[in-house]
Design a protein around this ligand. Structure first.
Ligand code: M6R
Length: 610
């Protein structure tokens, strides 16, 4: 939520900030703004606007900023205050000598604001952020770093901040607690940013600022301190992906590009994690003896990652006999879960920055649970919080709708289940090897489906007029139905509901008539015939049926209006396979309806507020 970038160096700040900001637009697109200290001047020049970065660029074309080599920029996902010009970042103090950009929420801003107003500070926005600028103004007595340090000690909540001042135009102050912030380390120039892609055009050397740390950046130096003022020496990491990974590379949308990357993502993971027929999970630092003591596993996650967790439950329970509970992180943290040192928590998150997931794992750890996370973003807050991290290495996911991250998460959960099964001896070595052999077929099967994507495109166009979709699945493919529905609703805004097919008659069947479409996830599994009965119940009520079925299934054609086929595969692994046509179906429907699939309304990629 919200993307921030800052630059200090010898180059013109504005173009670098705008280009970097574009790479952060997935984090929010309600408003955008930029502030630069013009070279040799005593003031800070600011432009901002409601809307997207493209709107900010139009404003800058009409009202260009004076030339300067230090500045900050921001793209907003609104929390406090409606998305308009007044609430767009950056924000000034009263004197307009201090300028700040912020990602996060200041929980005690009302009390702070009341005090500041009583001291005659004049506020120009309805945001929580603006209090920080006024606090810095109050705390300043010649040293910007010290003023920011004093100010942040008064704040409660989550924040990543960038601060500049025309009193000291040779430095940017960066602060992190609870919201991500990296420092891009260049040659005679340095950057701050919410995420690595924003700086990749200029440098691949980054510092992941820790919670409770702040930094002073000048052209030639980065100094990092704790909030207590102690100097720390952070590691400088070389980023493993390059700028191409965060470009569309000829695809119409990031979502489509990311869908197409999936066979490579799975292939790469299997190559890295499978040593012959044995599963090697480096990063899983918890010992096999400890696993044997585990009495209960909780999987916590949000959104798509939660659906991945639901799939994982089937596998882990079947492969270990340990009971698994899957919780939405936002609920888990408030329901007083029963946890002790024999509990293992598996947290799943693409970004590793989801506020609810982070709060849930902190709660679980405080009660003595061990924590493994499945995470895509290297160095994220969740990864740092965990006893063991299984990185999915799916590469940057820019489309707000999660696709390749989901597939990588479920693939990793399967590998984790297989790995744990070695300790629990629930299945024979031969059986495990058979599963691994099947798993290795998946990238090739993905490529087959992608070659035939025109069929899915045609079926999507044909059915895009339906005003409501029901997604049904059974057993291990019930989460597939949930995920299919989430994909469709978030990018097309069509109401869509995922349900276990067996539950249909307990309520959702009332929705069915000739104006609704039902997507039935019906590959050849042990419950196939029961699914066919459900399809007949839908047909009897004039519902339109689109089935995802196994190639060679001739009988489904008699029951469904449209059929999308996937190649045959071991039943356990079907959620991995059906994910692809469900993603494509949602994508093509949304594109046909003219929706902005990469930046759906009201959403942001990384939900760093509660
Ligand atoms: O970064 P995370 O995996 O923790 O994000 C969790 C959800 O916010 C995310 O999956 C969201 O539901 C996506 N928009 C789904 O496509």
């Amino acid at each position: 939520m919200c993307g921030i970038i800052g630059y200090i160096g010898n180059r013109e700040a504005q173009p670098l900030l705008i280009e970097g900001l574009k790479k952060l637009e997935y984090r929010g697109y309600d408003s955008a703004g930029i502030g630069v200290i013009p070279t040799g001047k005593q003031h800070i020049a600011v432009q901002k606007t409601e809307g997207k970065i493209i709107d900010l660029i139009s404003v800058l074309e009409k009202h260009p900023l004076a030339s300067g080599c230090i500045g900050l920029s921001h793209t907003r996902w609104a929390t406090h205050g409606v998305p308009n010009h007044r609430n767009a970042h950056p924000h000034f103090d009263c004197s307009k000598k201090f300028l700040i950009v912020h990602n996060g929420i200041i929980e005690n801003y009302e009390a702070l604001k009341a005090k500041l107003v009583a001291q005659k500070h004049v506020f120009r926005s309805d945001t929580d952020t603006e209090v920080i600028a006024h606090l810095i103004e109050d705390c300043y007595s010649g040293d910007l770093l010290e003023a920011v340090r004093k100010a942040v000690k008064l704040l409660r909540g989550a924040f990543a901040l960038g601060v500049i001042s025309s009193y000291q135009p040779d430095q940017i102050i960066a602060v992190r607690t609870g919201s991500p912030l990296i420092i891009g380390v260049g040659q005679h120039e340095n950057f701050i940013a919410s995420d690595v892609p924003a700086v990749l055009d200029s440098t691949n050397r980054v510092i992941y600022l820790e919670d409770g740390h702040m930094a002073r950046l000048t052209r030639d130096r980065v100094e990092v301190f704790s909030f207590e003022g102690e100097r720390v020496s952070p590691a400088v990491h070389k980023v493993a992906f390059n700028i191409e990974a965060v470009q569309k590379q000829g695809y119409a949308h990031f979502m489509l590009k990311e869908i197409h990357e999936q066979p490579d993502v799975i292939e790469r993971m299997l190559k890295f994690r499978l040593k012959g027929m044995a599963v090697g999970l480096d990063g899983l630092t918890i010992l096999p003896e400890h696993f044997k003591r585990v009495k209960h596993i909780y999987i916590v996650a949000c959104g798509t990652a939660y659906h991945a967790g639901l799939v994982g439950r089937y596998w882990i329970e079947a492969l270990t006999t340990i009971p698994v509970t899957v919780d939405m992180a936002s609920e888990f943290r408030y329901r007083n879960p029963i946890i002790d040192k024999n509990t293992l928590v598996i947290a799943i998150s693409q970004s590793g920055e989801t506020a609810d997931t982070l709060a849930a794992v902190k709660e679980a750890r405080a009660r003595g649970a061990k924590l493994i996370s499945i995470c895509n973003v290297v160095g994220s807050s969740l990864a740092r919080e965990s006893d063991g991290v299984l990185y999915t290495h799916a590469g940057p996911e820019i489309g707000v709708a999660s696709t390749k991250a989901y597939v990588a998460q479920i693939c990793m959960l399967y590998l984790l289940g297989l790995k744990l099964s070695q300790s629990f001896k629930k299945i024979s070595t031969k059986q495990r090897q058979q599963y691994i052999k099947e798993l290795k077929r998946v990238p090739g099967l993905y490529r087959d489906i992608l070659h035939r994507k025109k069929v899915i495109h045609r079926i999507a166009r044909k059915n895009s007029h339906f005003g409501c979709f029901l997604f049904l699945g059974r057993n291990i493919n019930f989460p597939s139905a949930l995920e299919g529905a989430l994909k469709l609703k978030e990018i097309s805004y069509i109401p869509a509901e995922g349900y276990p097919a067996g539950e249909m008659k307990h309520g959702p069947i009332a929705l069915i008539d000739e104006y609704r479409a039902v997507i039935c996830v019906a590959p050849q599994t042990s419950l196939y015939e029961k699914m066919i009965s459900n399809i007949q119940e839908i047909r009897a009520r004039k519902g339109k049926v689109i089935a995802i079925a196994t190639e060679g299934d001739l009988s489904i054609k008699k029951h469904a209006h449209d059929v999308i086929t996937v190649p045959p595969l071991e039943e356990n692994l079907t959620p991995l396979l059906v994910a692809l046509p469900l993603q494509l179906l949602a994508y093509y429907i949304a594109v046909h309806l003219g929706c902005n699939v990469d930046q759906p309304r009201n959403l942001a990629k990384s939900v760093t507020v509660e």
